[in-house]
Design a protein around this ligand. Sequence first.
Ligand code: GAL
Length: 305
Amino acid sequence: MKNGEMWKDIDGNDIQAHGGCILKHGESYYWYGENKGADNCPGTTRVDVIGVSCYSSRDLVNWKYEGLALSADKDDPQSPLHPSMVAERPKVLYNEKTGKFVMWLHLDDSRYVYAGVGIAVAERPEGPFRLTCAKQPNRQDSRDMTLFKDTDGTAYLIHSKDWNKTLNIAKLSGDYTDVDGMYVSVMQDQEREAPALCFHNGMYYMITSGCTGWSPNGALFARCPHIMGKWKLIDNPCEGRNYRRTFEGQSAYIFEAGGRKWLMLDHWKRFDLKNSGYSILPVEFDSDHNMTVRWTDEWNGLPLI
Ligand code: GAL
């Protein structure tokens, strides 16, 4: 699979899973993302909400389309999942205590003023997910967001707030279906979005983009020894052609596979969003807690170990 390009599923159809995440459950990987498989609304940089796609794979290369895990709500014009709204950056975690799959996503109106999240729950990884709540977490605005599950099973919502000026890290309730009220504001006034987190050798790392809409900009990584501590912005982790523009992409998620961390990128085509490409790139760490994301031309799935 060529990094930066549109990828196909095993039936030869375009993979529609933008702004996504990859969850391992059992022997399979599940890729969730925005289904943008329609033309942009004329003259705009948006596609009507279709829903959240789910794909499954054992090798991270051969992806089977499992259908829409969460579907737009066409019939109810008041629904936060109505096609005229915005539903972005879906992230899914498995909750060991409840045995349920919990999805959080950015829900908004077409002008990105509402700025909230949706929470949806399913019995199976493929869904169907049922929207249980749409809200502003801790009564704060929330645009780009991700979820992070810590080694002890505690999960966090990381979201841009104050019109993207600051990021919040908000602890989730034990069943992951709500915030529990505890949060910290980090990287204040740094204007970062598209957060993607991981934990490696006693350190938490977060890659973010700047706020330039669908246009690429320079990624930065931040780190902190405590998830709710004082995060420090460090540097651009990217190395390779176009490293100052995140290889013409934007961070979506960091997942673990084959004992390594991988960064998923979206390569947005703002006037033709359905053809936005993907990359999966290796993430490396050194003993000084520096993080490097190196460009590779291809994604070939799990390296043979
Ligand atoms: C980006 C964001 C995308 C989408 C876009 C809309 O900054 O990362 O997820 O919201 O803006 O312009």
